[in-house]
Every structure is written in C-alpha cells, then in structure tokens.
Write a protein that binds this ligand. Sequence first.
Ligand SMILES: [Zn+2]
Length: 522
Amino acid sequence: MYKALYRKYRPQTFSDVIGQDHVRTVLKRQCETGRISHAYLFCGTRGTGKTTSAKILAKAVNCLDLQNGEPCGKCSACLSIENGTATDVLELDAASNNKVDDIRSICDELIYPPASLKRRVYIIDEVHMLTASAYNALLKTLEEPPEHVVFVLATTELNKIPPTILSRCQRFEFRRVPARDIAERLMYVSRSENLMLDFEAAMLISRLADGSVRDGLSLLESCVEAANGGVIDKGIVASQLGLAEDRTMVKLFKAVASRDILACLSLLDEYYASAKSLTVLLDDMLAAVRDMLYVKQGGKAEGLMSNSDAAEIKELASSFENDRLAYFASVAEEARNRLVGYAMNKRLITELALVKLCDARFSDSPQALAARVTALEKALASGSASQSVKPAPAPAPAPAKPAPQETPHKKEPAEKSPETPPARAAEPEEKPFEFVSELCEHLSNRSDIRKLIESSELGVQGGLLIIHSNNPFAQSILSDVANAEQIGAAARAATGRDYAVTVTGPRVRESAPSLVNELQEE
Ligand SMILES: [Zn+2]
C-alpha cells in the first residue's frame, strides 16, 4: 500500500524530531527518570511535530524496553500504539469533536485502569476548538487526574486557551523548523527513496514549507512525479508549484523604485488574500535584493536565487544604488526575524517594512542614512539639489535671494548660546553659509561628519553657524559636543571667523527643494 512520504518518514523517537531540541531534551529526560507530568500542552504552528511528539511520548511512557528515555519501537506496547490498535491511547481531534459529550465520556473512563498498557494517554489535537462547556468538563479531569492518565493537548493557537487550562499543563512551544533543517531532512528522505533532489531545489521547497516539515515532504511528493525519474531541480519545483509565473517581486520592487507606497501595500494585499506566507514573501524579497546586488557585480543569470526573470532583475537592479539595496536587505531581514516565532501582527510588520523600503526617512538605521546620503550625492552631482549647499559662484542665477557678500575676516563675538534657536524677528536674517566646501576640506580626517554636513543645509546668522538637517540621526551626531567643536574649528580655519555651531531641523523657506523632494526626484 502506498504511504505518503510524511507518514512514512514520521519520526519514531524524540531524537528524530528535527528543529525542536529544547522540547525533546526535556521530554526524554522526564521519560527516563519517570517524572512524567499529567498534562502537557504542545503549542506551535502546524507541521512542527506536535502530534508526532505526542505519539512518541505515548510510546515512551508505555514502552516495556525504554532506551535512554526513547521508546524501543519493537515491544508490544510500542507496536500497538504505532499501528493504532492500543485502546489505551486515544487521539481526539477537537476540530471535529468539540462536543461536551466526548469530553464527558473521557472523564467517565478515567477511573478504570488501562486495559493493556501502563498508562492511558489522551491526545487532544486542536484543543482550542473545544466549546466552553467542554473546557469545563476537561478542567475537572485536569484538576485531579488519576495516576495512570496522561493528557497531551496540542494547539496552533495558544492565545485561545483559557488560563485555567494553561495553569494545569506543562507547556512546550514548538518552533518553526529552520529552512536549512527541513532541506537536510528532504535530502535524507530523497536518498532513502532513491530520488534525485538537488540541494537548491530542496532549499526552495523548504522556504515554501514555512517551518513545517510535513508541508515540505508533501511539496516534495508533488514534485516527484513531475521529475519523471529525473533530477528534481529548482525549475521543476518552480513550475510544479506554480512559481514560474511569479512576478510579485518584480512588481514590488518596481513600486519601490517609484516610491509608490500605495502600490506596494495593494500588492501585499493581493499576496495576503491568496493565503501565501508572509515569511516566504520576505524571504523572496531578500533573495531578490541579493540577486540585484549579484547582477550589479556582474553575476551571471545561472547564479540567481530568486524565481524572478533574470532580465527583469537586471533591469530592476539598475534602478537602485548598492547602498539602497543594502538598506532593503536590512529592512527585510529585520521584519523577517520579527515574523518568525509568535508575532501576532505579521501583516502590520510586513506593511511597515514596505513603507520603510519606499521611504528611508521612516528608518533610522545606518544603512538608511547611507542610502539617503548616496541619493543626495547623486542629486548634487546632477545639479538638482538645493543651490545653497554648494559654494555659490557670486553672480550665479541662484537662491531665491542673492546672498550679500560676507566679510570673512570681520570678528564678531558669538553672543548667543548655541542652544538658542535663531529668533528670526529681532536678529539679522539667516544667510546661506558660502564656504561649505572649504569647511569640508578642513574636515578631511572626518569623512563621516563631512558626509552629514554635505547632506545638510548650512546657514549663518551673526556669529551662529546653523546646520539644518531633517535627519534625526545626522542631528544627533552633528550636535555631539566634540563634533560641533570640530566643525566650529573647521569653520574658523575656512573663514578666519569664530562661529558657535548649532544643529536644527530643516530650514523653513518657501519653494525650497526639501530633502524629500530631492529624494523623490532622484
Ligand atoms: Zn517499546
């Protein structure tokens, strides 16, 4: 009789359960020492080994020849549980049996000793589906369970379990199995089944399985026939699982390139509605970013990891600077790490990541800053940025108001404290600082500060040198006392004049190109 791969390769011992080291170590030790709890709660996403571990536990507490806490798999107890003939081990699916009667009938049986095994084990799957009255019936039995009874409750939705039940169970959390562990399992199964699976294909299946070994094996099975006895490679997996036509990444990064937040969010909406995993989406984003960086370095189409078309990836890559791609990677990775585990608002986390991709101002990471500096440099080079940042040639058809010539050597004491923002009404009007490039020359040993200054707008007002930046990161770095002093010294060296340095938000001017506009025009 044909047996599905995931059934055939279902783990028989705790050691076989992959990716759940923390769970299996404790369970094994409890079985070995005989200190078995009366109620366990296994929680975690589907396919992570909850019911499999429950069955192994049922064997281990009944095994006649326990091997270091593991069931032997050969004794009459192990065999009867394995082939489902043991009447003392009862598997109940609360999704279909949520009636009180079923639970009551369990409670009624409890007083009788097990028929043939040492302990009676009740495995209740999807326990969060029980009705309130069924919970109450269960609660009574959990309060004073007889010696010979073990309950194993399993759930994918821990948050739906009443606290009264939680407090009576020993809880184990099953984690999503890392893609690499699933891939290794798939490779092992393929070798045992004489299937030719290449590792890239195994990794692709694992990513789609999203932490579930069972899903991974089922996906592998659906590819076996398509390969028709040949090698199961990435192409076969992609076409078999309907990935070949996937243009999600191309569409997404085109929207990011045009900084179209709405388009990004509606793509996410589409993706989400088709019930695909957001973790996979973020993995695909990372793969696409990696591919764009790869083709930018001259990588060949064969080396691409995403399922996107090579020509399209190449075209997309030309829309982004390396810094910006590095920033994308950091945003996608951070979001992905937050999704793994038990994050409740996965969609929100993904949405925020997309917004950050479109607009680096929503992120304060160093990568975001680097990407913005690069964008600004590009804008400066193309002459589209604010003229006041450049040393303006005297008769240039430049700023809104032509700045009156400054007299560099006239000493004027700085009376105001650097903290005081310029009072526009009473004070002389703020003028663009005209010696930015000279000032930067005197900061040759501080390229970090120099970059930040070059991406800011500088003005003078009396003895005050005002640095305008709308970037909180730049503001905090530049206003650091030591840095401000160094900037003041550079300004003195450049102009022969003493300045008190102050750092503030963007300069308010009408029709002045803001950093946002500059970034958008890029
Ligand atoms: Zn045994």
